[in-house]
Design a protein around this ligand. Structure first.
Ligand code: SF4
Length: 619
């Protein structure tokens, strides 16, 4: 007995093949779950250089071995090849959907092919059907969930669905996993749309049983204790992620007017205090989470009065607020909810809108392109116009729907100066010009510019790492910090943990929970090696897709334009700085100077002759 359900659900929408795949013990031992399963299966099953929007692409919904147990704050991830970047993509979601996969009796769902007509997948406790989505195609995400629940006569079914943006394959479309939890980044919703798959709907009743229930209960108690005693967790509960607005603003990390600046004079209008005053009512939590960082609210005053909304997370408060010069959080809440309803990733949407507004200001986009609509920073009507056009892929919106990299390449005229992305993924809301470690983390993140693969800012600004002093401005030493964080988070993304809980729960406690749940022995060294194996497995995928050292880079905004004012004035990360950072980082990783893992490193990680561990089932 162990916390594994022992099988994956495989669905080919083209041939309507529905099969169970037994878990290979080697997959469990070497890749554990979540990101690990996704990385290995994508590498094994996807033909090299396959079009991400072709039926061949694979869309996976992966919980971890602790998801659906009593372990706190466990979630799920979607893994696929990104239509936005062409890289490996993993996108994480909270809520209750990932738990339901396990309650249906699966350790993951693999979807491939494309349905001839709009469809949804109905998994009722292990009984699987492909159903017509004719009645829900075209609906926004919220209406989709309501209608599915009404049709099935069950308010408790768990859903993952796309909105109009996903149906039209906008490259940064998201997958909505209930009210406001999303697999947001890297265009997972576009892949789902390309498969004519509107939703997955689950209802399960199976139990997830740890191998050693007594030891598991003890380890879970310890994890809860660590959360209860930790100030960071208390801060997430009280202030949510918007607490980071003040920190980022003070440290000049807050994207402002398409990252032109690192601090925003209207930051007070976006922070936790402003949100609390304007609309927060009570806390909400994902399944089994004691932190409960979500907030249900309703806007109390002004033209958005009565709008029901959740917390505006730091990333969207920054990308749709400060990055677009908007300081009224009620307007930001309205625009973020619009993104959620249309099924657009709010982070990328903020980056794309910032790009478009700046290109308009510089005369590269004109009123001829916008049908007379002005595009200005600080104007929510400009942003609303862009969101509608992008989701519908109309006019200028059709170009912007491919993201800033593609749009700037098509537009030319120097517009790449305003395209803030890494490998095609619009940058997250952490401007890295005064934090070289964060710059390196963004340049080397496996799915393009991402702050969730490593977040060295805490140590660069905090001035300490593992008991050693850290110089914020130094280049030297940052490679080791970034590689360590990437390995650790890749390991925890196999579980699949919530990032916010990982600040509180110790690595050894995660190991105790994993060991008691699975019956396999775990310690911190083994966990770190697992993370390194997965990081290298993903690297092998990205190398096979044609990515190289030249792609581990940063946009011109960060390499050529210094911060214009404030305590960090004049700072930027030049391409020479980046070269130095990469040289050290590749060396720490055991990769050659072109960024390829050495044969010795692959052997050390068991990747030199790892066989395919999942086979396509016979039809
Ligand atoms: S900390 Fe917040 S996002 Fe993370 S699992 Fe808990 S409620 Fe969900």
């Amino acid at each position: 007995m162990s916390a594994y359900m022992g099988k994956l659900l495989y669905v080919d929408l083209t041939s309507e093949t529905i099969k169970d795949i037994s878990l290979d013990p080697q997959l469990v031992e070497n890749y554990v779950g979540g990101k690990g399963f996704g990385a290995k299966i994508l590498y094994d099953l996807l033909p090299a250089k396959c079009d991400p929007l072709s039926p061949q692409n694979i869309l996976m919904f992966m919980p971890g071995p602790l998801t659906g147990t009593l372990a706190p704050a466990m979630r799920g991830c979607v893994v696929t090849k990104s239509p936005l970047t062409g890289t490996f993509a993993d996108s994480y979601f909270g809520g209750h959907f990932a738990q339901e996969i396990r309650f249906c009796g699966y350790d993951g769902i693999i979807v491939t092919g494309a349905a001839p007509e709009p469809s949804y997948l109905w998994v009722d406790d292990g009984k699987v059907e492909i159903r017509s989505a004719a009645g829900i195609w075209g609906l926004d995400t919220f209406s989709t969930v309501e209608k599915i629940r009404a049709e099935l006569g069950d308010e408790s079914v768990k859903t993952a669905c796309i909105g109009p943006a996903g149906e039209k394959m906008v490259s940064f479309a998201l997958i909505n996993c209930e009210y406001n939890r999303h697999a947001g980044r890297a265009g997972t919703g576009a892949v789902m749309g390309s498969k004519n798959l509107k939703a997955l709907v689950l209802r399960g009743s199976k139990a997830v049983t740890p191998a050693d229930p007594d030891a598991f209960e003890k380890a879970v108690d310890q994890a809860y204790l660590e959360v209860a005693e930790d100030e960071t967790a208390a801060g997430f509960n009280t202030f949510g992620t918007p607490a980071s607005i003040d920190f980022a603003n003070d440290e000049q990390l807050l994207p402002t007017n398409n990252y032109f600046d690192g601090s925003f004079e209207g930051a007070d209008g976006l922070n936790a205090e402003a949100q609390s005053e304007q609309f927060w009512l009570r806390n909400v939590a994902c399944a089994g989470c004691p932190i409960a960082c979500g907030k249900v609210g309703m806007i109390k005053k002004g033209r958005r009065k009565g709008l029901i909304t959740d917390v505006v997370e730091y990333e969207t408060a920054a990308m749709i607020g400060s990055n677009l010069g908007i300081s009224d959080v009620r307007e930001v809440a309205y625009l973020v909810k619009k993104c959620d309803a249309l099924g657009l990733d709010g982070m990328s949407a903020g980056g794309v809108a910032g790009f478009a507004i700046e290109a308009y200001r510089e005369g590269i986009i004109t009123k001829d392109d916008t049908g007379g609509q002005e595009l200005n920073f600080g104007d929510s009507a400009s942003v609303e116009y862009l969101l509608d056009k992008i989701a519908a892929r109309e006019g200028l919106g059709n170009l912007l729907a491919r993201g800033v990299k593609y749009a700037s390449e098509e537009m030319g005229k120097g517009s790449d100066a305003y395209a803030v992305h890494v490998k095609g993924l619009e940058s997250p809301a952490w401007g890295p010009r005064s934090v070289p470690g964060m710059a390196l983390a963004l340049a080397t993140a496996d799915r393009g510019g991402c702050h969730q693969r490593a977040f060295p800012i805490l140590y660069e600004v905090g001035g300490e790492w593992n008991g050693e002093a850290v110089d914020r401005d130094a280049l030297k030493g940052k490679g080791e910090i970034v590689a360590h964080l990437q390995n650790y988070l890749a390991a925890l993304d196999t579980l699949v943990k919530c990032d916010f809980a990982a600040y509180s729960i110790k690595d050894s406690t995660y190991c105790q929970m994993l060991e008691a749940a699975t019956g396999n022995q775990w310690n911190v060294d083994k966990l770190m090696q697992l993370g390194e194996r997965i990081w290298n497995q993903v690297k092998l995928f990205n190398l096979r897709e044609g990515f190289s050292r030249s792609d581990d880079t940063l946009p011109k905004r960060f390499t050529e334009e210094p911060l214009p004012a404030g305590p960090q004035e004049g700072k930027k990360i030049t391409l020479q700085d980046l070269d130095q950072l990469l040289d050290e980082y590749y060396q720490v990783r055991g990769w050659d100077s072109s960024g390829e893992p050495s044969p010795e490193k692959l052997k050390e990680l068991g990747l030199d002759n790892m066989p395919a561990l999942v086979q396509v089932p016979a039809q």
